[in-house]
Design a protein around this ligand. Structure first.
Ligand SMILES: C[S@@+](CC[C@H](N)C(=O)[O-])C[C@H]1O[C@@H](n2cnc3c(N)ncnc32)[C@H](O)[C@@H]1O
Length: 213
């Protein structure tokens, strides 16, 4: 496992959940809206960087088949305990997002709340290709990541950057700028991006047939 990512377990072991900015104790509003609107059909979902499991548990209660991965064993312990208390069946696993142990096209939906913006620059391409591989063609990917409006940083993105990173593999269905008062009481800005995995084979076929016309 990449050592730079191992700091996360220390964070979960040092601070109580209530002090972690991203831990709202309730599912993300944009996820709730998406599910309630019926834009995401029930199916198999990967909650990548699941943390203490709050969003995954919400999805399981809504009838999704949920798998959650996180590099922190402490986060996974919290998530398993919470799922047990809430009486939902979820497969929570300690895994690095750079080595997704899943079959090609296994998932209908990937939830990425606060994950991609922690992927190191050198690992971005591996991460995006991995998410793309495990999603079914036409499968949906919800990305919620830090926006440039939080101030300049390597992982605070503009809309243009997001389009540049993802548009090769995904069709961007919507991209919204949102704000949220986080668990630590700080106002933070995010992009909420709904994507769909492109049908690359069909795309290549249409290109080839144009060449041979
Ligand atoms: C900002 S938190 C978001 C947690 C959760 N998605 C939520 O919204 O509550 C980022 C999470 O990414 C996890 N993480 C960081 N690097 C990882 C890696 N290489 N593989 C898997 N998970 C990782 C951390 O342990 C942490 O739980």
């Amino acid at each position: 496992m990449g050592s730079e990512y191992e700091k996360w377990d220390k964070i979960y072991r040092t601070y109580p959940l209530e002090e972690l900015g991203w831990e709202l104790g309730k599912p993300r509003e944009s996820l709730v809206e998406l599910v309630e609107s019926g834009k995401i059909k029930k199916g198999k979902v990967l909650d990548t960087c699941c943390g203490a499991g709050t969003n995954g548990i919400f999805l399981a209660k809504k009838g999704f088949q949920v798998v959650g991965i996180d590099i922190s064993s402490k986060a996974v312990e919290y998530a398993k305990k919470k799922a047990e208390q809430e009486k939902v069946k979820i497969k929570f696993m300690i895994r690095n997002f750079l080595e997704l142990p899943f079959n090609d096209e296994e998932f209908d939906f990937v939830l990425d709340m606060g994950c991609f913006h922690h992927v190191l620059i050198r690992d971005r391409s591996t991460y995006i290709k991995g998410v793309n591989r495990i999603l079914k063609t036409g499968g949906k990917y919800l990305l919620i990541c830090f926006s440039y409006k939080n101030g300049s940083a390597w992982n605070h993105f503009t809309k243009e950057q997001i389009v540049q990173f993802f548009s090769k593999h995904f069709k961007i269905l919507s991209i919204k700028h949102i704000e949220s008062i986080e668990g630590d009481g700080v106002l933070r800005y995010f992009y909420n991006v709904l994507m769909e995995k492109k049908n690359i084979k069909r795309f290549l076929f249409s290109k080839l047939s144009k060449v041979s016309d």
